[in-house]
Design a binder for this molecule. Structure first.
Ligand SMILES: [Zn+2]
Ligand SMILES: [Zn+2]
Length: 95
């Protein structure tokens, strides 16, 4: 008997995420779900959670790092926006 079973090199095997274990106990609060991201910025009252780090990053950037840093400069208009594209759309529509 020749051993045909070679150990195939497992380089390049895609990493499956095994996060689909759904054994919830009703008495356990769902707070140990590590797949959820929450904002840990101090004084942040956002109670929601984020499914992806990118969403959390965007929340932090828009809500904390540069909150409403885009201001309309037209006359007495005092509109402020979190995002540049929102300001540009405002300029296009209102002015
Ligand atoms: Zn936050
Ligand atoms: Zn304006």
């Amino acid at each position: 008997m020749d051993s045909q079973r070679r150990s195939t090199s497992s380089s390049g095997v895609q990493n499956k995420e095994n996060t689909s274990h759904d054994h919830h106990h009703e008495s356990t609060p769902p707070q140990d779900d590590v797949s959820r991201l929450t904002c840990e910025w101090k004084n942040c009252n956002y109670a929601g959670s984020f499914r992806r780090p990118a969403e959390l990053m965007r929340h932090v950037q828009t809500k904390h790092i540069s909150p409403r840093s885009y201001k309309c400069w037209k006359g007495e208009c005092k509109a402020k926006f979190n995002r540049k594209d929102n300001l540009e759309e405002h300029l296009r529509r209102v002015h």
